[in-house]
Design a protein around this ligand. Structure first.
Ligand code: NDP
Ligand code: MG
Length: 386
């Protein structure tokens, strides 16, 4: 039996993971489930999965969780320290699927306990890629990518011959506005409707601005032994090929699957074995053709911002991520427009000089400073609009 814990159980990735786990009851046993505020769903999931403990981050929702779990034998807990305690109990695998930099501390706690990490939460690598990898190495922990592009790359990346790798390619669907000319009046409702993937609101907006691909370039940099210049992005609207590794002899290995997160989740959960996942067979003749386009950087400047932040190094990627989280939230709350998201991230990056990061405290300080500045910029922006 493989013991699994899920950070972000009530989200899009968390729900898919639980559905997959339910298909393999002989193989997986659920330990801890963690969410932010959706206590009713968390309790229901914990009961259905026969989890040992359910933890809600926001203590205001603890009473709902506690009463829903009364008499079930499932432990209920709340707050940041309770999440850390739940992660300190070693699992065979922890699915890290909280959205945003909030996933960093719990993921580190899971690494310190020696649990394998199935990583969906790209933001924690963007903020603390070196520190996370150092901790993983120190504790002998594997980080298995769940993000579809990185999962595909992981499957075709010959780790024994990194010098034979010329470059890697991440594909991007292009999001819902690939062919939309004027992006100024885009609403949150339009932005969260992704053509190929069903995902949480934040990553859906990131896909629409292409910031998601920027975060993924940084994620790839920390997951694979490649230089920044060796990571390229190509638009592939069908989302059938997710990642490609180009070798020096001209061979190119690609990872293909339907755009369904069940596949990468199944791969990471069963690694190094394989388990069945409830996905259709890939019928190439039915798909007919696959198309590829160059990225339009003038229309989607977020991707270049991420490449530049990676080049700058130090706190720049932390600033990029924090500014983006605040700006996306403001867009979802209709306080700024769609095009303002990337503009505000660029302004925040231009206003905060990057400096070196040597410890976790540096990460949190840079994250807090960028959030404060972005909120300030949004306030000014709203003031001007009023
Ligand atoms: P969702 O918004 O659907 O879910 C987020 C989850 O995180 C929810 O369970 C939420 O709880 C929980 N959460 C949020 N903040 C906290 C916190 N401070 N403490 C504890 N739990 C918290 O996101 P997705 O599932 O779409 O994405 C999760 C991560 O996976 C992101 O980093 C995303 O980039 C990545 N990813 C997602 C993919 C997808 O297909 N969805 C694909 C590739 C990567 P609650 O419900 O209570 O708010
Ligand atoms: Mg992805």
């Amino acid at each position: 039996m493989s013991r699994i814990s899920i950070l972000g159980a009530t989200g899009s990735i968390g729900k898919s993971a639980l559905a997959l786990i339910a298909e393999h009851p002989e193989r997986f046993q659920v330990e801890a489930l963690v969410a932010q505020s959706n206590a009713a769903l968390l309790a229901e999931q914990a009961i259905n999965a026969k989890a040992k403990i359910a933890v809600i981050a926001d203590e205001a929702h603890f009473s709902v969780l506690q009463s829903a779990l009364a008499g079930t034998g499932i432990e209920a807990a709340a707050g940041e320290s309770a999440i850390a305690e739940a992660m300190a109990r070693k699992a065979d695998c922890v699915i890290s699927a909280i959205v945003g930099a909030a996933g960093l501390k719990p993921t580190l706690a899971a690494i310190k306990a020696g649990s394998t990490i199935a990583l969906a939460n790209k933001e924690c690598l963007v903020c603390a890629g070196d520190l996370l990898q150092q901790e993983a190495e120190r504790h002998g922990v594997k980080i298995l990518p769940v993000d579809s592009e990185h999962n595909a790359l992981f499957q075709v990346f010959d780790a024994k011959a990194p010098q034979a790798i010329e470059k890697i390619t991440l594909t991007a669907s292009g999001g819902p506005f690939l062919h939309t000319q004027n992006l100024s009046a885009i609403t949150p409702e339009q932005a969260v409707k992704h053509p190929n993937w069903q995902m949480g609101a934040k990553i859906s907006v990131d896909s629409a601005t292409l910031m998601n691909k920027g975060l993924e370039v940084i994620e790839a940099f920390y997951l694979f032994p490649v230089k920044r210049e060796q990571i390229e992005v190509v638009i592939h609207p069908e989302s059938i090929i997710h990642g490609l590794v180009h070798y020096v002899d001209g061979s190119v290995l690609a990872g293909l699957s339907h755009p369904n997160m069940m596949t990468p989740i199944a791969y990471a959960l069963a690694y190094p074995q394989r388990i069945s996942a409830p996905v259709k067979n890939l019928d190439l003749a039915a798909i007919g053709k696959l198309t590829f386009l160059e990225v339009d950087h003038a229309k989607f400047p977020a991707l270049q911002l991420a490449y530049d932040a990676l080049k700058t190094g130090g706190t720049a990627t932390i600033t990029l991520n924090a500014a983006n989280e605040i700006a996306v939230q403001a867009f979802l709350e209709k306080r700024i427009g769609f095009l303002d998201i990337t503009k505000i991230v660029a302004e925040t990056l231009a206003s905060i000089p990057s400096h070196a990061v040597s410890c976790l405290e540096d990460v949190f300080a840079a994250d807090a400073a960028a959030r404060a500045l972005t909120l300030n910029l949004i306030g000014k922006n709203n003031g001007m609009a009023a």
